[in-house]
Design a protein around this ligand. Structure first.
Ligand SMILES: NC(=O)c1ccc[n+]([C@@H]2O[C@H](COP(=O)([O-])OP(=O)(O)OC[C@H]3O[C@@H](n4cnc5c(N)ncnc54)[C@H](O)[C@@H]3O)[C@@H](O)[C@H]2O)c1
Ligand SMILES: O=C(O)C(=O)C[C@@H](O)[C@H](O)[C@H](O)COP(=O)(O)O
Ligand SMILES: [Zn+2]
Length: 390
């Protein structure tokens, strides 16, 4: 799933024009534009994919405070009528109640099937607004305006939309592709450092899956990527190109799209068991711990060298990310609870667990029929004794 055309140095990204990554899905193909200040020009570009549409902007209060005004001004300039629905920031909004709130507000604004839902925010807003767009009037046009690093490198692209159930992450949702994605990299300047780090976990994921060159590039340029500038745009471009390639091949995850779930079988279980409480754990942190566990479990099973697993953990730690279950404050669950939560994973088939494991960095693979007792034994070793918990 790597992007064979991706350069080691960034020849395709310039300071003046956005990078463009096409997501090729036949007559549902769309472009992902990546670069600074795209929100200020969003109206014109949205009008091109949804001419004359009224826009239902879905955002959260934090993002609205920073980025709503320029978007509204540009929609005005393009002559697009718009209404705004604001939810509370954080994973709690990706709920049945949050979904009902957003749908009812968009319906109250009398949006028609041909109108456009505009998701302005991180992955929570993108998944929630996306699911509303998939559901309302049985499918409305969707434009993703991702403002977190995580949303720019991952969630705004590929059409997975969902809300959480108390029984598990993203268990209620639909595939619904956007018509356009504008990743305004300048919007990342207002993102909290912890949230930037969380997005970095999903960025590294692409290297760990099948692109050792990208992982090595990140080892070299991590500081610059976190600092902004062209390296940051290039990193996002490479991630989006990798995701676009796998989505084009396997839109509905019947095959190797599942590789994008590296770290998520463990991570989603941790998110559910910590009650989707972002003060303890946000999604990207769950993925960082999950990827570390996936590599260590691969070592446990004799598939991967301990050196590679340690190199992964060292890179994530250097990026300020947690890499073990013991790093979650106030964590009290046990291996049995983890196994129970993982039984709801969407990759489970005929009751059998599927994990993304690794033979090395950039050599991840889909492992079906994983034996629960072996995972339980591994987790018992991973879980810190009660007295040593954070
Ligand atoms: N659909 C997919 O393919 C996919 C992929 C990866 C993750 N996800 C989902 O994405 C969600 C996580 O996304 P996230 O990490 O973006 O979380 P998020 O949407 O909660 O955003 C993180 C925080 O940053 C704030 N924020 C966002 N952009 C900002 C900005 N520019 N300036 C200031 N604050 C800003 C938000 O208000 C929020 O408090 C999870 O629910 C996860 O399941 C979905
Ligand atoms: O796009 C995908 O496919 C992914 O798996 C990307 C993941 O980073 C993302 O968190 C996704 O929402 C997880 O998918 P799920 O099917 O396990 O809910
Ligand atoms: Zn994810």
């Amino acid at each position: 799933m790597s992007n064979p055309a991706s350069p080691t140095e960034f020849e395709t990204v310039t300071a003046t024009s956005p990078a463009v990554v096409p997501v090729r899905l036949g007559d549902r193909s769309y472009d992902v534009l990546i670069g600074p200040d795209l929100l200020r020009d969003a109206g014109r570009r949205i009008a091109a994919v949804a001419p004359g549409a009224a826009c239902g902007i879905v955002t959260d209060t934090t993002v609205a405070a920073h980025h709503l005004a320029p978007l509204q001004a540009s929609l005005d300039e393009a002559g697009l009528r718009h209404t705004v629905v604001t939810v509370a920031p954080g994973e709690g909004s990706k709920s049945y109640a949050g979904f009902a709130e957003v749908c009812d507000a968009l319906l109250a604004a009398r949006l028609e099937r041909g109108d456009c839902v505009v998701a302005l925010g991180g992955g929570v807003v993108g998944d929630l607004a996306g699911f509303a767009a998939a559901s309302l009037k049985r499918g409305m046009t969707l434009v993703q305006l991702p403002t977190s690093l995580l949303a720019q490198v991952d969630s705004s692209v590929g059409g997975k939309t969902a809300i959480n159930s108390p029984l598990g992450k993203n268990l209620v949702g639909a595939f619904h592709q956007p018509s356009l994605v504008l990743a305004d990299t300048a919007s990342l300047d207002t993102l909290a450092p912890r949230e930037f780090r969380a997005g970095y976990a999903e960025l590294v994921k692409y290297g760990l899956i099948d692109d050792l060159d990208f992982f090595q590039w990140l080892e070299r340029y991590r500081g610059a990527v976190c600092g902004g500038g062209l390296e940051r745009v290039e990193a996002i471009r490479r991630a989006v190109a990798a995701k676009a390639a796998v989505v084009a091949r396997d839109e509905f995850e019947t095959g190797d799209r599942a590789l994008l779930n590296l770290g998520h079988t463990f991570g989603h279980a941790l998110e559910r068991l910590t009650g989707y409480d972002g003060t303890r754990l946000v999604h990207g942190e769950g993925v960082a711990i999950g990827m570390s566990l996936a590599f260590r479990y691969s070592v446990h099973e004799g598939l991967c060298s301990g050196q590679d697993a340690e190199r992964v953990t060292a890179h994530l730690r250097a990026a300020g990310l947690p890499t073990s279950i013991g790093a979650i404050p106030g964590w009290t669950a046990d291996a049995d609870a983890m196994l129970d939560a993982m039984a709801q994973d969407k990759k489970v088939s005929r009751g059998s667990l599927t994990f993304i494991l690794a033979r090395g960095i950039g050599q991840s693979f889909i492992a079906r029929g994983v034996v629960p007792e072996r995972v339980r034994a591994f987790l018992r070793d991973e879980l810190p004794p009660d007295g040593e918990r954070a």
